[in-house]
Design a protein around this ligand. Sequence first.
Ligand code: SAM
Length: 217
Amino acid sequence: MPARLAHDADPPSHWPISVTYLTKPRLSPTFPPELVPLLLPLIASSGPPPKFAPRPSTHPSGVIIKPITSPGHPAVGQLGLFAKKKIPGGELVIPYLGVLHASVTPFTTTDSGGSNPDSHSSSDYDLSLLRLSAVDPRNPFHGSHISIGVDAAMMGNAARFVNDFRGVAGAANAEFRVGRGEGGEMRMEVWSLKAGIGKGEEVLVSYGKGWWGARKG
Ligand SMILES: C[S@@+](CC[C@H](N)C(=O)[O-])C[C@H]1O[C@@H](n2cnc3c(N)ncnc32)[C@H](O)[C@@H]1O
């Protein structure tokens, strides 16, 4: 019998059996402790050191995970995220939860700064959260590039089912934005765009041309 996954809570319907359901972001076991303060709000130097203590966010009532059955949809047979009721423009639709991971890449004079040996770089569920150059004063690893991402491939919430608009609709109705959870931690979020999202419509973002360019055969 397969081992039960350590879900944070009961997953919403259509949740895949092999993915752990999260209500809070998790730090990868290899996340360097020196980088944790970068995820937290700045505090007065006299105050206690900030802690990574995200608060749970439950599945929003306004969205539902659904199998894509329309034969014309480029992700037919997969899952998508849909609005259960009209979502006005400029609203937080859902936080994007996953595993927070970091890569620290030594900068050399022959390095353009673009290399990323991170094992998450091939994940289709990985979003970049923060990048710091080797000379950024906030960078505790001077001489190395820092890249922090959130990967929902193995663990996440319903935001991992947001598809790209290409081939589905004329434009995106939502976007990824950097925000903060109630515990103050930096996180990625899905926000509705100005026109809002109609009842029953699929929540669609743009993954960006770079995302698709990196996946062309
Ligand atoms: C973050 S996942 C989105 C959720 C995915 N549909 C699922 O069921 O897990 C990204 C993957 O969804 C699919 N996808 C999303 N938008 C697409 C689009 N516009 N055209 C084709 N495939 C798409 C691709 O397989 C892509 O690798």
